[in-house]
Design a protein around this ligand. Structure first.
Ligand code: ADP
Length: 163
């Protein structure tokens, strides 16, 4: 069975990685569906986010990455898929995910969303928190290594070098 993990992944964090590692115990294949965020302009481009996910999961053939262009439910329909993966860190996520789950079910009632709880220790980890550290940190390797994969630290360092 296959599952689709939609999100902005701007950038992918160790929270996302841990959710996907666990999903791979339940499903044969996980497809990241990289989308724009409704609330914030993106820091990394679609291509950069896609490449980062690929490099984090290296040669794992069970992990695919696609860029979203339209509704997640349409992507599922087009590819004859049924499952959406989302994760919950706190009560804010719960309310938001419940609402999105209902919308997705109304748009395509073949769809089932599977929710995993973030592991304790990963509950406070968010892409926006990581970007905040990037903005202020004077030592990215030291300050980000607990939160994002090495490939993402390198990408942040490259961005800084461009300035
Ligand atoms: P979105 O902008 O769609 O919320 P994100 O990339 O922030 O996209 O998150 C994608 C999914 O991963 C969401 O279901 C979110 O709750 C979950 N997620 C984000 N950070 C973590 C984390 N630290 N641990 C577990 N799940 C997470």
């Amino acid at each position: 069975m296959k599952i689709v993990y939609p999100g902005s992944f701007d950038p992918i964090t160790l929270g996302h990685v841990e959710v996907v590692d666990r999903a791979l115990r339940l499903f044969d294949e996980v497809t990241f569906l990289v989308a724009s965020s409704s609330t914030k302009p993106s820091f990394f481009t679609f291509e950069e986010r896609k490449d980062l996910i690929h490099s984090v999961f290296k040669n794992d053939k069970r992990v695919k990455v696609e860029v979203a262009s339209g509704l997640t439910t349409d992507f599922l329909k087009k590819n004859q898929l049924r499952f959406i993966l989302r994760a919950l860190r706190n009560s804010n996520d719960y309310e938001y995910e419940k609402q999105m789950g209902h919308y997705n079910y109304s748009l395509n009632n073949e769809v089932e969303t599977v929710y995993l709880f973030a592991r304790p220790g990963k509950e406070f980890l968010s892409s926006s928190g990581v970007k905040e550290i990037f903005r202020h940190s004077k030592n990215l390797e030291r300050d980000l290594s607990e939160f994002v994969p090495l490939e993402v630290i390198k990408a942040f360092i490259d961005k800084r070098d461009l300035k």
